[in-house]
Design a protein around this ligand. Structure first.
Ligand SMILES: C[S@@+](CC[C@H](N)C(=O)[O-])C[C@H]1O[C@@H](n2cnc3c(N)ncnc32)[C@H](O)[C@@H]1O
Length: 354
């Protein structure tokens, strides 16, 4: 089917007409849900910290400092995923935009959208116009993405959605054919059940002419992976431990940075890196706003982030079960990272009736 021209300079046009009234403008061309899921962030965060084992939702890594630290760690020599994925995108973006003949790119968890520049170049070369809509919980990241897009791609309409994935996916219109881009192996940060919920929700809301581009980090020599998540300059450690300062800000908790150290390791059975903040001495952590506290035992870890590694063949079978048909698979010469392009296949089970 030939997609209809879609470009529009009205930022809210990226949202379905039913949802538009539930979003507000926070800055020119940046929208956010008027009632965000993050309004309950404090209660949600306290819940996970009183779970056993204790854990923190990874989105709490990305306050302003966390977003800047993430950009810094992407440049580290040990952190191979960013430069490997960027090289594949640079090589294949023209092919990708031919296979996905759309004028709109929606990027989930966009960060600073540096790698996306390759796709946006291919979009403007192929269509001469279009729309770019990055989605991110981090206002810092969205502003960087906006500056980049306005400077390099003035011919594109820009709408930034400062939102959690689920809020954006629910609200984005199905009427505009689009390429949904999810890079950086961010999907690997989801717990397995959250990943299944994510794909169910995404596929329920994808329109008949939508495509999905997924970047995933692959299973490889654990030593290479472990080095990538425990760099010699300590940037990854600072990034992970910053989550505790952000949790203090969100919940009013009393985590003491000088009593927390970083520990990470590759779990071969689960094929994932696990990144923890570990208590260096037994002490109590207070949550005065919630009239609660817990004893954090020496050496007990609080799980801050996991990064799962994937077998791209298994992933393709899994995603086929969600109604996603694979159109292409590209990798690097080491086969360390994969880019996978999918299209929503013919509906099975009434997806079109929504
Ligand atoms: C691993 S970084 C990837 C950034 C960029 N796509 C890249 O490949 O370098 C994950 C990004 O997703 C955002 N993020 C994390 N959890 C999110 C959520 N639940 N909803 C929306 N954005 C989220 C973070 O703010 C961060 O910018």
């Amino acid at each position: 089917m030939t997609p209809q021209p879609t470009e529009t300079r009205e930022p809210a046009a990226i949202l379905s007409t039913r949802e538009r009234g539930t979003w507000s403008v926070t800055a020119p061309t940046i929208l956010t849900p008027s009632k965000r899921s993050s309004d309950n962030a404090a209660a949600g965060t306290v819940k996970t910290l009183f779970d056993r084992p204790r854990w923190i939702e990874p989105c709490h890594l990305y306050d302003e400092r966390g977003s800047l630290l993430f950009e810094e760690l992407c440049e580290l020599p040990e952190y191979y995923p960013t430069r490997t994925e960027a090289a594949i995108l640079e090589r294949e973006s023209g092919t990708l935009m031919n296979l996905a003949p759309v004028e709109c790119i929606v990027e989930l968890g966009a960060g600073f959208s540096k790698k996306t520049i390759h796709l946006l170049k291919a979009l403007t070369r192929a269509r001469g116009r279009g729309t770019f809509a990055p989605v991110d919980v981090s206002a810092t990241a969205l502003m960087a993405s906006k500056r980049m897009a306005e400077e390099l791609f003035p011919e594109l309409a820009f709408t930034g959605l400062e939102a959690r994935f689920e809020d954006a996916i629910t609200s984005i219109t199905r009427d505009i054919p689009k390429l949904v881009v999810f890079l950086g192996s961010t999907i690997g940060n989801f717990a397995p059940t959250d990943m299944l919920h994510f794909f169910t929700h995404l596929c329920d809301h994808m329109g008949p002419d939508d495509y999905l581009l997924l970047g995933v980090d692959r299973i490889k020599d654990p030593e290479i992976i472990e080095r990538a998540y425990d760099d010699s300059r300590g940037v990854t450690a600072a990034f992970i431990l910053n989550a505790f300062s952000n949790v203090n800000r969100i919940t009013g908790a009393g985590f003491q940075p000088d009593k927390i150290s970083y520990r990470s390791g590759y779990n071969r059975e689960r094929q994932q890196v696990e990144m923890y903040g570990v208590s260096t001495e037994t002490h109590r952590v207070e949550f005065p706003r919630h009239s609660a506290s817990f004893t954090w035992e020496k050496d007990e870890g609080i799980l801050v982030e996991t990064s799962r590694k994937f077998d791209p063949d298994d992933l393709q079978v899994q995603l086929r079960c969600f109604g996603l048909e694979n159109l292409g698979h590209w990798t690097d010469s080491n086969e360390w990272f994969s880019l996978l392009l999918f299209r929503r296949s013919a509906p099975s089970g009434g997806l079109e009736s929504r």
